[in-house]
Write a protein that binds this ligand. Structure first.
Ligand SMILES: [Zn+2]
Length: 187
């Protein structure tokens, strides 16, 4: 669901026009951005697999409490830099949306408490087992998000400049989608 998270951020541009597109792209990925250094430090783990079948050990960043803490951090960042445009709430919502979306696709590997303290049941509805459906949803999300962004840019940006942002975002999605295609299971 890497693409889907980015798509949600891009789609938000229309309702949060004063927030720059780069922060809208980053906010839904704060949890994965923190996951990467923790993997490097050996605190969390990542074993690449086919599409939807990576093995993820993200018991801190992707725990429910971890997601709430990261959303609080996003709120602080948003309030610090974009207070006038509800930046705090928007970035916090985007950051936490990562957990909600992951809950649907992840295999049961998402903890409630950090480090799966107390051994509570792990969560994840496992939609990643339906690789083609989830991939189709991601592509649809990327296309709709870009369309929303184009709509906003055409209305709000002067001259030919409107074209630049959506073109870069479309290219970015195209690269991510192309990179995922070889990872899909054979038909
Ligand atoms: Zn994630």
């Amino acid at each position: 669901m890497f693409i889907g998270h980015f798509a949600l951020g891009v789609a938000t541009k229309k309702i949060a026009p004063t927030l720059p597109i780069w922060i809208l792209l980053l906010a839904p990925q704060f949890m994965d951005l923190l996951f990467m250094p923790l993997v490097a430090l050996g605190i969390e783990g990542y074993e690449p697999g086919a599409y939807g079948h990576d093995t993820l050990d993200a018991l801190y960043t992707h725990s429910l409490v971890g997601a709430a803490v990261i959303a609080a951090l996003a709120y602080w960042i948003g309030n610090k830099f974009w207070r006038d445009s509800n930046g705090g709430l928007i970035l916090a919502a985007l950051s936490f949306s990562h957990w909600i979306i992951d809950l649907f696709v992840h295999h049961q590997d998402m903890a409630i408490l950090p480090g799966n303290f107390g051994g509570l049941p792990l969560l994840g509805f496992g939609l990643w087992n339906f690789e083609y459906s989830v991939f189709a949803i991601e592509v649809a999300m990327a296309i709709s998000a870009t369309a929303f962004y184009v709509q906003w840019a055409r209305a709000e940006q002067k001259g030919l400049r409107w074209f630049v942002g959506p073109m870069l975002v479309a290219a970015f999605f195209a690269i991510l989608i192309a990179a995922d295609i070889p990872r899909l299971p054979a038909l």
